[in-house]
Design a protein around this ligand. Structure first.
Ligand code: TXA
Ligand code: MG
Length: 343
């Protein structure tokens, strides 16, 4: 299949969306930008479209998809009921990088929800994503548009790298602002529970809801026989080809340790403010030590390592006492297979 990659800006007229909306209405799939990461969109009501999404990504079919809407009111068609907690969260964070899980309506097919009775719903803020939903008149199921297991795509070229030849069309809407996927919270439990941290932070959620539980899988590997609250948590994730090791400690000790590991293919990934001249191995930066800049470049940095042919990369560990860093830490821990050393 030939993959078309088309640049579209917010100011382009509706007619430029006609190819993408036609494809979506015909149960084909389209790569689309969102404020978090690029998504691979398809009609959430169609088992044909949904199976194409799973196939293109090589994703296990028990890993449910997030359904994207353009306005809060569209949620009523997708879920059984809308609790006050959902209204409050939407008021505070929609459109934006927050996904809510609720019991699904009959209209949502089980193939979209990985056979679960719940559905994940998100109203993205990216104007191109919203326009695509509006113009196609469909709720769009969209996982991140990477090959399953690879780092999520934050640029259209990442989508092209992974899915060229596997999907018909990609909209290039520029780089994603947030860079990590949305925060996922379930409202289907007695107390709301954070399943995947994102840039709507735990502190912000607590400010709106009061009590919020944090699922064990956010910062820990699943134990044997444990069922994942969010099926995505059980799969290997965000992995570049290079082996990743997280290194926790002061920068001086970090450099001393890494410099002793110097051999071919060894890299360091450090904060923008770190003094790179202290390192004897090649390095890349991944943002200032603040969650917004770290999350913005994290996945691109992981992909750059592969382009450079890195075999093993030692990564500076973000401050884990600051809950705002949970999203970056969660992705890094998975990329590293929970391999952390203290220096
Ligand atoms: O920012 C994002 O959320 C991006 C953009 C494209 O919107 N999408 C995204 O989708 O990250 P995906 O499929 O890569 O991740 C969705 C996560 C998975 O870990 C999945 O297991 C979980 O959400 N999830 C989806 N539906 C669920 C449900 N009903 N119950 C529990 N977890 C669910
Ligand atoms: Mg994903």
């Amino acid at each position: 299949m030939k993959t078309e990659l088309v640049k579209i800006t917010v100011n382009d007229g509706d007619d430029i969306f006609s190819k993408a909306t036609e494809l979506l209405k015909n149960n084909e799939v389209v790569g689309m930008p969102t404020e978090t990461v690029y998504g691979l969109a398809g009609n959430a009501y169609s088992s044909v479209a949904v199976s194409k999404i799973f196939e293109a990504k090589g994703r296990p079919t028990d890993n449910p998809l997030i359904v994207h809407i353009s306005e809060f009111n569209e949620i009523y068609e997708l879920v059984k009921y809308v609790p006050d907690t959902a209204k409050k969260l939407a008021e505070a964070f929609w459109p934006g990088p927050l996904t809510m899980i609720l019991p699904k309506s009959e209209k949502v097919p089980y193939c979209t929800t990985g056979n679960l009775d719940t559905v994940a719903v998100r109203c993205p803020s990216h104007p191109i994503a919203r326009k695509l939903i509006k113009l196609s008149g469909l709720p769009l199921a969209a996982p991140s548009a990477n090959l399953s297991g690879k780092p999520s795509p934050t640029k259209a070229e990442h989508v092209f790298e992974d899915l060229n030849g596997r999907i018909p069309y990609i909209i290039d809407g520029g780089d994603c602002e947030e860079g990590v996927e949305s925060t996922v919270i379930t409202l289907a439990t007695e107390t709301p529970r954070l399943l995947r941290p994102g840039n709507v932070t735990l502190g912000q959620l607590k400010a709106v809801l009061g009590k919020v539980e944090v699922d064990d899988a956010v910062l820990n590997p699943l134990k044997n026989n444990e069922t994942a609250a969010s099926p995505g948590m059980k799969y290997k994730h965000y992995s570049p080809d290079a082996q990743i090791t997280l290194v926790k400690g002061e920068y001086k000790a970090f450099c001393e340790y890494i410099n002793t590991c110097n051999s071919e293919g060894v890299y360091a990934m450090i904060f923008n403010d770190d003094d790179a001249s202290k390192l004897s191995v090649p390095y890349i930066f991944y943002g200032s030590e603040d969650y917004k800049t770290l999350s913005h470049s994290l996945f691109d940095s992981l992909r750059i390592l592969d382009k450079k042919g890195a075999k093993h990369c030692f990564v500076r560990y973000p401050d884990d006492e600051n809950d705002d860093n949970l999203a970056v830490l969660n992705r890094l821990l998975r990329a590293a297979g929970f391999n952390v050393i203290k220096v």
